[in-house]
Write a protein that binds this ligand. Structure first.
Ligand SMILES: [Zn+2]
Length: 360
């Protein structure tokens, strides 16, 4: 088991943890921890083929938490892909809290020396420094502070999860095993604001069916790409309708856009098939079935307009939006010193998953 980091040689647990007060977490300790985390390549291999994934960094985090006084375990969520989970039992019957952060990062295209954790002034640069090894380091430092002399009455769980950047395998596996808490904080970068809402998303595909024929025989051919042009026009109209709805107070509007398109087989013939991949961003109250219904309405309208129009569609994947009540304990715990009107996050986060199973 690797204890130290190849970049700095920093050994988690060697240093005496600060006393039980978050104000006592020192910047130097936190910085060295973050340098170590950034130094461990953990590019998501499902996102970028060849990425090393989370195995090494999960072992590091589990070992850090064990030395900090947590009960720890590694959970394999896919071959070679691990969550690191630390559990600090409360001393009473208080609410439990999960701090959730992901171990994986996106790729490093265009970056020079992405794992070197360059420090300039009060900023640290490197792949994942912000999203979200910085948040993870903060949780680990808090865990090290609390682990030695915790007086928390409720349980504290630190969940460092795999695969947030692709399909959230890590947090799904966590929850499927019944590892949950009354409240959860996902430590994604939000400019230090509390974010209580984010959009969900849905991915779907549409295929239009034409009839392959030589380009010189228009009476025999049907153009599946031209059919898809009609679908695209409808998608534009759907986007206009979504943008005209009253906005959600924190998240604005739902949206839809075309992402990928392919079709045809050669220059001199009518295209047999055309495929379009679409993404819809969802507001609280919407789900993947809403999007599927919108697509079905579009396709049946086009089919009614032209008997030759043939298509199929599939809802590929969707992830739900989230809105936590402003009145929840977890939102009130931090909201007091921040303007409440800006607490939202435009993207999708793993936060949705703990919320599906917890009370807040
Ligand atoms: Zn992230």
């Amino acid at each position: 088991m690797r204890l130290g980091c190849p970049v700095t040689g920093f050994m988690p647990g060697k240093r005496e943890a600060p006393r039980n007060n978050t104000a006592m977490i020192d910047t130097d300790f936190l910085t060295r921890l973050l340098v170590d985390l950034v130094g461990m390549e953990s590019v998501n291999p499902d996102l970028v083929p060849g990425g090393r994934g989370e195995a090494a960094i999960a072992r590091y985090v589990a070992d850090f938490l064990r030395r900090a006084g947590f009960d720890t375990r590694l959970q394999e969520v896919a071959p070679g892909r691990f969550n690191a989970i630390g559990f600090l039992p409360g001393k009473g019957r208080g609410h439990s809290l999960m701090l959730n952060g992901h171990l994986d990062t996106v790729g490093v295209a265009g970056m020079d020396d992405p794992f070197a954790a360059r420090i300039e002034g009060d900023r640290l640069f490197g792949r994942g420094a912000q999203d979200m090894k910085g948040g993870l380091a903060a949780a680990l430092a808090a865990g090290a502070t609390l682990g030695k002399e915790s007086s928390l009455s409720g349980d504290l769980i630190i969940a460092a999860v795999a695969d947030e950047e692709f399909r959230s395998l890590g947090t799904r596996a966590l929850l499927n095993e019944g590892i949950k808490a009354d409240s959860a904080i996902v430590m994604e970068p939000t400019g230090l604001e509390v974010a209580i809402a984010h959009k969900g998303f849905a991915w779907a595909s549409v295929e239009t069916l034409g009839r392959a024929a030589h380009g010189s025989r228009p009476e025999e051919g049907l153009d599946s790409i031209a059919f898809m042009g009609r679908v695209l026009k409808e998608i534009e109209d759907l986007q206009k309708r979504l943008a005209a709805h009253p906005p959600h107070p924190l998240l604005g509007h739902g949206s839809v856009h075309a992402s990928l398109i392919s079709g045809g087989q050669e220059l001199s013939s009518y295209p047999q098939r055309c495929r379009l991949d679409l993404e819809r961003r969802l507001l609280p109250g919407e789900d993947g079935q809403n999007f599927e219904q919108e697509i079905e309405e579009i396709l049946s309208r086009l089919s009614a307009q032209d008997g030759r129009f043939q298509s199929s569609h599939e809802l590929e994947y969707w992830a739900a939006p989230l809105q936590t009540s402003r009145e929840s304990r977890i939102a009130r715990a931090r909201e007091g010193d921040r303007p409440s009107g800006r607490i939202r996050c435009p993207g999708f986060l793993d936060r949705r998953r703990p919320a599906e199973r917890g009370r807040h």
